[in-house]
Design a protein around this ligand. Sequence first.
Ligand SMILES: C[S@@+](CC[C@H](N)C(=O)[O-])C[C@H]1O[C@@H](n2cnc3c(N)ncnc32)[C@H](O)[C@@H]1O
Length: 209
Amino acid sequence: MNNASHSVRTKWDGRYADRTLNDVKEPTPFLISCLPELPTSGLALDVAAGAGRHAVVLAQRGLQVDAVDISWQGLQLARRRAEQIGGYPGSIQFMVTDLELPWLPEREYDVILVSFFLYRPLFPLIKDRLKPGGQLLYETRVEVVGDHKQSSQRNPFWLEPRELLNAFSEFDIVRYDEGHRRRPGSCQGGITAQLLARKLNVGGDLRQE
Ligand SMILES: C[S@@+](CC[C@H](N)C(=O)[O-])C[C@H]1O[C@@H](n2cnc3c(N)ncnc32)[C@H](O)[C@@H]1O
């Protein structure tokens, strides 16, 4: 791991270190609302999976899940949560890696999920790793700022309005929404973009290869 990776990993390991299974958040309402659209078998990738709140739900749906994150501490929580729940039809493989290399496993996925993580150089890799007909579920924060704010002052970890929609415009957009959402169990929240989209075949149709 290089120095930059090391400091990101230390930061996130520190955040997860004193959390317990009781602190693991519930899956987002967005993921829950998309579940009926997802296959009940096949391969899924949870990008920056953290403490595994979504990887477990995808495995419960029947998918084989690769849960990838830079934080060993986060994935340890995810592993313990998966063990605690147990009895689900899918499986979860945990991988500690720096996604900012940029890197994604060299596999073809039926489903890719990204939740509250943004590293724009991963967009082409996400497109590449999805099978034709595969589904992308993406939700993360959007920064709405006045015209006076220079692009250099923007938060690099937050999207610009409609940025996600434009970045995956060649996909079949099943659902897209930007809006203010309250964090479950909290009076705080923020604006997020939610995208459910399907990768088209080269010819632009939706048939599976
Ligand atoms: C806000 S949390 C979201 C976690 C999870 N997706 C969720 O929704 O609960 C962001 C996650 O990104 C991970 N992360 C940050 N930088 C990373 C990197 N360069 N490579 C891999 N994971 C990274 C952190 O460890 C953390 O688990």
